[in-house]
Design a protein around this ligand. Structure first.
Ligand code: GLN
Length: 279
């Protein structure tokens, strides 16, 4: 591999690899190849130091216990933090979104310290949010780069609240998205309050001071802070949303959008069909 090779990291795939999000790195490598760039996918296991020299970092989803292992690791190894300080693009999916935050609630219902790279906190919802999700970045910081809605599959028990430094990636047009603490998706407010308990733990509906579950009365999905883009969209997300893949590539390669990636025949039609089927 020579110096001009794009190095795409998958961090801690043993614990943050449950939902197939490693496919995001494969999509980045494939689109880079279509653009004429060589790339290398670098798996950084839990036992290795996190290099700050990679060009793009991806982190996937995982179960509650798995994400606790990941957050402990990120608290002792600050390689990702140094990469973020250098504005390296980071894509964090689901559990990784929660783990990069200030704190989240672990499987035992305890508040657990996160890596502190995102101004977000995660509390339990009244029930898991599971299903297709559509996120519209319109009216938000990345609306110019992401002119099309983002779609994916969500599967999470946590509700993630944004603090002042975090902007939503998109507003929810279908599905749950970041969610609300203690409010069971799909249930009327009263019903979920009565449900009140998840996995034997009390579920609080309280929103900690300085954090928000909605913006302008709208439900939010994901967040953007500095060079980090975080989302609840599995899929893998970049296979379903090539515009987001190109945004990460453009930032890593320091080239302007739109990228001259040849159109994949039928992909646009597939996206439209998916959107119509979800709505
Ligand atoms: N364990 C987390 C939750 O349930 C994240 C799940 C995931 O990564 N899909 O909220």
């Amino acid at each position: 591999m020579n110096e001009s090779t794009l190095r795409i990291g998958i961090l801690m795939p043993e614990v943050l690899g449950t939902y197939g999000d490693g496919g995001n790195a494969v999509v980045l490598a494939h689109r880079a190849k279509l653009l004429g760039y060589q790339s290398e996918i670098v798996h950084v296991s839990c036992t290795e130091a996190i290099p700050e020299s990679l060009d793009i970092y991806t982190l996937g989803g995982g179960e509650d216990v798995a994400q606790t292992i990941a957050s402990r690791r990120l608290l002792t190894d600050r390689g990702l933090e140094r990469a973020v300080q250098k504005q390296k693009p980071v894509l964090a999916i689901c559990a990784a979104f929660q783990v990069l935050g200030t704190w989240y609630t672990d499987a035992e219902g305890r508040r657990t310290e996160g890596a502190g790279l995102l101004d977000v906190v995660t509390l339990p919802q009244g029930a898991r949010a599971i299903g297709e999700l559509i996120n519209s970045p319109s009216g938000l910081p990345l609306e110019r780069e992401l002119s099309e809605p983002l779609t994916g599959f969500e599967n999470h028990g946590g509700a993630t609240l944004l603090g002042r430094d975090a902007s939503p990636l998109g507003f929810v047009t279908s599905g749950i998205g970041n969610g609300q603490p203690g409010v069971a998706p799909g249930l009327a407010d009263g019903a979920s309050a009565a449900a009140g308990v998840q996995q034997g733990h009390e579920v609080s509906r309280e929103i900690p001071e300085g954090y928000r579950a909605t913006e302008d009365g709208k439900a939010m999905e994901g967040c953007v802070q500095g060079s980090i883009i975080a989302t609840y969209l599995h899929g893998p997300c970049l296979a379903r949303n090539p515009q987001l893949a190109d945004l990460l590539l453009a930032r890593a390669l320091r080239i302007p959008l739109p990228l001259a990636v040849p159109e994949i025949p039928g992909l646009q039609r597939l996206r439209q069909e998916r959107l119509a089927a979800i709505k």
